[in-house]
Design a binder for this molecule. Structure first.
Ligand code: NAP
Length: 206
């Protein structure tokens, strides 16, 4: 795959699985997240792949810009931005968990916008050069996937329920594997230029 792909939130789960899959297909991949040790491990475990690891908190505009700048410096362009970083602090509204609301808005919403703001000027530049609109956007909406996401839930009851779902195996409750979502991402990236996948809703069968 001849693409330069930036993955925000690539230190675990879906982001990490996607980084490994795309890199194994020959893509040049920039992996970004706060846990640099996890990013370094991914790089170390895939020595033959073209992977650049950059520490970044998606709530910090300058750090996100740095991810894009470092990618341009190393790979010369950005073809794909996978805005995957996210948390899921599910809680009851009557808990009035303002800190969780703030974090969720900062990471899941503003983090995505920070990614777009940093990458779009580069991608537009490409578009002008090529005189055609090459920018495609896809929303991928998975159901339960076995990742570390439930760990961002502070409500103990919800946390325990989700942990049970994550541990379920061979039952109707079984969640999807992050590698399965990675395959969907790879499919979307690899579509021909006249074809755009706008939305993908992926659920476990059960
Ligand atoms: N698993 C599911 O069932 C499911 C279902 C629907 C949607 N999703 C979405 O899929 C995406 C990936 O989640 P996952 O399931 O793979 O969970 P995960 O294993 O917890 O991965 C979340 C990733 O986001 C990163 N992240 C969180 N806050 C960040 C921040 N402030 N700055 C930079 N990176 C940050 C984490 O890295 P660091 O902590 O190292 O920064 C990690 O790499 C999320 O957006 C999630 O909402 C997941």
């Amino acid at each position: 795959m001849d693409k330069v792909v930036v993955i925000m939130g690539a230190s675990s789960g879906i982001g990490a699985a996607t980084a490994k899959l795309l890199a194994s297909k020959g893509a040049k991949v920039t992996i970004a997240a706060r846990r640099m040790n996890r990013l370094e491990e991914i790089k170390k475990d895939n020595p033959d792949s073209d992977i650049l690891a950059v520490e970044a908190d998606v709530t910090k505009e300058k750090e996100v810009q740095n991810v894009i700048d470092k990618t341009i410096e190393k790979f010369g362009r950005v073809d794909v931005l996978f805005n995957n970083a996210g948390i899921m602090p599910v809680n009851n509204l009557d808990q009035i968990a303002r800190d969780e609301w703030t974090n969720m808005l900062d990471i899941n919403i503003k983090g995505v916008l920070n990614g777009i703001a940093a990458a779009l000027p580069i991608m537009e530049g490409l578009r002008q050069e090529e005189h055609k609109n090459n920018i495609k956007t896809t929303i991928i909406a998975p159901g339960s996937v076995k990742t570390e996401l439930y760990k961002s839930v502070n409500n103990s009851e919800v946390h325990a329920g989700l942990e049970k779902v994550m541990e379920a195996s061979g039952t109707q409750m079984e969640a999807l594997q992050p590698e399965e979502i990675a395959q969907a991402v790879a499919f979307v990236i690899d579509t021909p230029s006249n074809m755009a996948v706008n939305e993908m809703v992926i659920r476990p069968t059960g």
